[in-house]
Write a protein that binds this ligand. Sequence first.
Ligand code: ATP
Ligand code: MG
Length: 399
Amino acid sequence: MSEAKPRIRVRGLTKIFGDKAGAALPLLAAGQNRAEVQKQTGAVIGLHDVSFDVGEGEILVVMGLSGSGKSTCLRCINRLIEPTSGTVFVDDTDVTALDERALMEFRRTRFGMVFQQFALFPHRTILRNVEYGLEVQGVAAEARRERALAAIETVGLKGWDQHYPSQLSGGMQQRAGLARALALNPDVLLMDEAFSALDPLIRRDMQQELVALQKRLKKTIVFVSHDLDEAIALGGRIVLMKDGRVVQEGTAADFLANPADDYVRRFVEHIDVLGVVTAGDAMRAPAAVKPWQSTAAEALASLVQTGEPVMTVVCHEGRFQGTVDADTLRRAGETELRLLLSDREACVPTSATLNETVAKLAGGRGEIAVIDAERLLRGVIANADLVAALARRRADTAH
Ligand SMILES: Nc1ncnc2c1ncn2[C@@H]1O[C@H](COP(=O)(O)OP(=O)(O)OP(=O)(O)O)[C@@H](O)[C@H]1O
Ligand SMILES: [Mg+2]
């Protein structure tokens, strides 16, 4: 996440269901686990001491097995479930301190919610379903219609506004549910297993569209999912929960590289390493780099010394310019490198997955550059580095 102040700050969020909180809290504080506390006091621990931040325009995925506390966590953020203790800040507002009236107002204007069950009204058209929240807010008919139609278009349902929910497929109904939330133009979207009822292909489409939508609308999204592939597709940070607590927070690649415990390790066991590990993770410092005014003879000497397959060439500011292979250097004598450059595209961004990196390597000369958004050279990856990175991950996941 960037240094920018987070939109949502969750601190020490704890939820104990039932009326035994008084008895349960001291036991939890003393380090007893959920099962022990439940056995002794009968209290069900929904959440215990959960803290995390969500940045502006970020999709944070709350993940974990069934019963781990994901929905409880999400619902405590807008107090559909009243937390037992802890705080939730959205920007400068302490949501946990709002009185009933202020909370209603805050929920209506700042939060949007999307659930697994689309919960559309069957006897209302899609338009009237999407208008519903605006109607409750008392928005005038004309403005309501305009905003609802815009939201319907945003989710790709243009032309379906006069249809009824039963005339739409599951995926389309889910889109309508999303449009209903978006029509209210909330800053924060809370999504609970929103795509879980969809069949796999449509689900993948929806994930991609949510990411694209997010790039345009810059909402802050907390997305609950029990599915690691979904978390990876949504591309952001993950808060992994177990028994009402956060076990680990980070990207899927972080979990893979440094699993906090066996639970995390099991979660990432079947992960597609090539789709998660990035070029930035697998790269190494370049051994053979020259500025483009250097001569072919100088470059050749450096290649021979380092054993690299190609010379990586940068401009005087360190931006990647291209590569030159050994054969070309041998024939070129004192010619400057900038006249010999080939393969300006022999590079990937640090964020490229190994899948993308493999594709680039396959078409090249055995080594590619890894660059940042300014094209500055950050590292290189040769075939052997890729194999080494894969071998490392395999060893990690097999302990
Ligand atoms: N209203 C409630 N009263 C009592 N216990 C509850 C209540 N809601 C949730 N719980 C308990 O809190 C724990 C966490 O539930 P939660 O619904 O947050 O899990 P989840 O991670 O969302 O699971 P799932 O993937 O099945 O939706 C569970 O043990 C559950 O039984
Ligand atoms: Mg749930």
